[in-house]
Write a protein that binds this ligand. Structure first.
Ligand code: HEC
Length: 147
């Protein structure tokens, strides 16, 4: 069968589509997941377990979600005047309605690691977020904060 110029055109077009499909699949399935940067360290995962086992969420919030007897802890780690020693001081003291826990030094470090890594994910409340005229909200990110 003699190939007409239109069959050649369609064969060429098909080849282009197949190539694009191959490139698309390659990029989609070999791209590293941007979320993987957000995975917690081993230390922090142990801290998260302690956080759940001891019901910290019943009184505290992360990004505004949780119970409201105690303060939001999203950025406690990086707040001026707070940080590691400050957080540890609360854990076994029994202050106001916060129960007195009996964490070991290791467990305290794990909880601090958890709160530190949560802290690194963002700012809450995001007071410098800008609401554009289009209704789009641009958040302030940790990387933009002068500190
Ligand atoms: C029954 C409620 C309750 C539970 C459960 C609780 N807390 Fe608290 N927490 C509080 C209250 C109330 C305060 C505020 C105390 C104050 O300001 O004197 C507080 C304060 C804190 C602070 C200081 C926050 C700041 O910014 O000043 C940290 C850190 C903290 N808690 C961590 C934890 C962790 C971690 C757990 C779980 C292991 C936990 N809390 C469980 C009630 C609770």
């Amino acid at each position: 069968m003699k190939r007409t110029s239109s069959t050649r055109f369609y064969m060429g077009f098909l080849a282009v589509l197949i190539t694009l499909f191959a490139i698309y699949n390659f990029t989609v399935y070999t791209k590293t997941n941007p979320e993987s940067d957000l995975l917690l360290s081993r230390e922090a995962i142990k801290g998260e377990d302690l956080w759940q086992q001891n019901n910290c969420f019943s009184c505290h919030q992360l990004y505004g979600l949780g119970g409201y007897l105690g303060p939001d802890l999203t950025n406690t780690y990086s707040t001026d005047g707070k940080g590691e020693a400050y957080i540890k001081a609360f854990l076994n003291s029994g202050i106001k309605t916060m129960p007195k826990f009996n964490f070991t030094e290791k467990e305290k470090s794990n909880l601090v690691a958890f709160l530190k890594e949560v802290d690194q994910t963002g700012i809450y409340p995001n007071l410098n977020a800008k609401i554009e005229k289009t209704g789009w909200v641009t958040l302030e990110y940790k990387s933009q904060k002068a500190k």
